[in-house]
Write a protein that binds this ligand. Structure first.
Ligand SMILES: Nc1ncnc2c1ncn2[C@@H]1O[C@H](COP(=O)(O)OP(=O)(O)OP(=O)(O)O)[C@@H](O)[C@H]1O
Ligand SMILES: [Mg+2]
Length: 467
């Protein structure tokens, strides 16, 4: 097991294994303690009652004679074996094995009792190997500390050991069961993490190979589910982007084809026939010149766009005297207005603040918009340039009395390659570029228009620009 599964399941296993072991060791130890101490208490009680009997009735008599009597007078409530031993360690009486009487016994507890201290002993009988538990109490004369013999009570541990063994088996089985359960739970838990992650990995691989139609299914509403959503979102964005790029290329090709076709047509005409007609030759060359200019302008605009998209357009920020700039543009446009029979006026607030901006880019914006006004306004119409102060920003409005833009087109005119059904429409890039430049200035561009009445383009620019 590797990876997340190995880590989670491994950690779980180690922790439960350790806890189970510690818990069971304590439990088993306590169990043994409990059994042994209750046995010890039982043996001590028996020894105590024999000693009591002895003190009450038989003290000061000859122990070697009275040992049997003492045994018999002991209430038969104990299942244990009772031995009476004299002060030299010789077995005087035995409740279960009288055949051993007269033999010298050498056990730790007896020796301790002979020296005056009651003692317990746990061990095996050397002959049979049977595990036993014995308690020895010293018997003393009532008026002195002199030990005259020992009472020893013995019980076999075989039964208890059997019971303990059963308990331990149950506990260990339970422990193994718990560890196994935790193991299974850990596996199930990690599966809920790993299988969606695996699915996402294969989806991401498919996406890396360009298949952006692949989607990840959401199983849980958690961090992993969110990651899946993000992946899906990314795929959607990338395919949108791809579609946009394809549309863009299709539009460009279309834009390039028209002027190229007419240039080529004229070149072939001029090249193949002997054109005597100077007029016709001049017309052809004029068209070639115009169309070439159009192509050059288009390529220029496309270059601008690729720079906007790559984010490499940076504004050359400067303090711009907007009033001077607008007046300069007006003067520059006047000859064209005259030719077209359009009146161009300018109305600027006094003390219009200087603003932070890129002067050349702003000039590009205003000329683009005024160029539109000229293109879409008939002879005898008006174009007004208005400049106003608006708190922390300035408003520049370019108004015309032209043909206007249909309502349904107003939102579209800032899209790339959008152009209305007008013979004078160009490539449809002008307003899209204006929009990008105004956004770079943290400004806003709004268009109001009524068909047949005219159009007003509002540009709001902040006085101070943080870039
Ligand atoms: N002042 C206006 N009056 C009427 N229609 C306008 C005006 N300005 C823009 N439009 C409409 O919006 C369209 C898009 O304008 P935009 O400036 O983006 O492109 P264009 O002028 O057609 O081409 P380009 O500016 O690239 O030469 C125009 O084709 C026209 O239909
Ligand atoms: Mg234009």
């Amino acid at each position: 097991m590797r990876g997340i599964r190995g880590r989670i399941v491994g950690t779980y296993l180690v922790i439960t294994l350790l806890s189970v072991i510690v818990f069971e060791v304590i439990l088993i130890y306590g169990l043994i303690e409990f059994y042994y101490s209750s046995i010890e208490a039982e043996l001590n009680r028996s020894a105590q009652s024999i000693i009591n009997n002895y003190n009450q009735y038989l003290n000061n008599y000859d122990l070697s004679k009275d040992a049997k009597v003492l045994l018999e007078s002991t209430p038969g409530n104990t299942v244990a074996q009772v031995q009476i031993i004299d002060d030299k360690g010789i077995l005087l009486a035995d409740s279960i094995e009288p055949s051993m009487e007269g033999e010298k016994l050498d056990y730790y507890d007896i020796n301790m009792a002979l020296s005056g201290k009651q003692a317990i002993w746990r061990g095996k009988i050397s002959l049979t190997g049977e595990p036993i538990f014995s308690v020895s109490w010293p018997m003393t004369l009532s008026d002195s500390d002199k030990v005259i013999g020992v009472v020893r009570v013995i019980t076999t541990l075989s039964d208890v050991k059997e019971i303990l063994k059963n308990h331990i088996i149950i506990l260990v089985t339970l422990g193994v069961g718990i560890v196994f359960m935790i193991f299974l739970t850990g596996l199930a838990l990690t599966n809920t993490i790993i299988s969606p992650v695996k699915e996402m990995t294969s989806a991401a691989k498919a996406m890396a190979q360009g298949r952006f139609d692949v989607r990840v299914s959401k199983r849980f509403d958690d961090e992993i589910g969110e990651l899946g959503d993000t992946l899906n979102y990314m795929a959607q964005e990338v395919s949108n982007h791809q579609k946009m790029k394809n549309d863009f290329i299709a539009s460009i090709s279309h834009e390039l084809r028209t002027p190229l076709t007419s240039i080529m047509g004229w070149i072939i005409t001029i090249n193949s026939e002997d054109i005597d007609d100077k007029e016709e030759l001049k017309e052809g060359l004029d068209i070639i010149e115009r169309e070439s200019k159009r192509l050059a302008a288009l390529v220029e605009e496309l270059l601008d766009f690729s720079k906007f998209d790559a984010g490499v357009i940076t504004l050359k920020k400067d303090t711009v005297n907007l009033e001077k700039l607008l007046k300069y543009i007006k003067r520059q446009m006047e000859p064209r207005a005259e030719r077209k029979g359009i009146t161009i006026t300018i109305d600027i607030d006094e003390e219009l603040p200087w603003i932070d901006a890129d002067e050349n880019r702003l000039k590009q914006v205003f000329i683009n918009i005024i160029d539109n006004s000229f293109k879409f306004t008939q002879k005898g119409g008006y174009v007004d340039i208005i400049g106003r102060k608006r708190g922390d920003s300035v408003l520049v409005r370019i108004e015309d009395t032209g043909c206007g833009i249909p309502k349904e087109d107003i939102l579209k005119v800032t899209q790339r390659f959008f152009k209305g059904n007008n013979v004078v429409s160009g490539s449809g890039l002008g307003l899209a570029i204006c929009d990008e430049i105004i956004k770079l200035h943290n400004g806003e561009m709004n268009i109001e228009s009524t068909v047949g009445k005219g159009t007003a383009v509002d540009i709001v620019l902040p006085v101070q620009l943080e870039i």
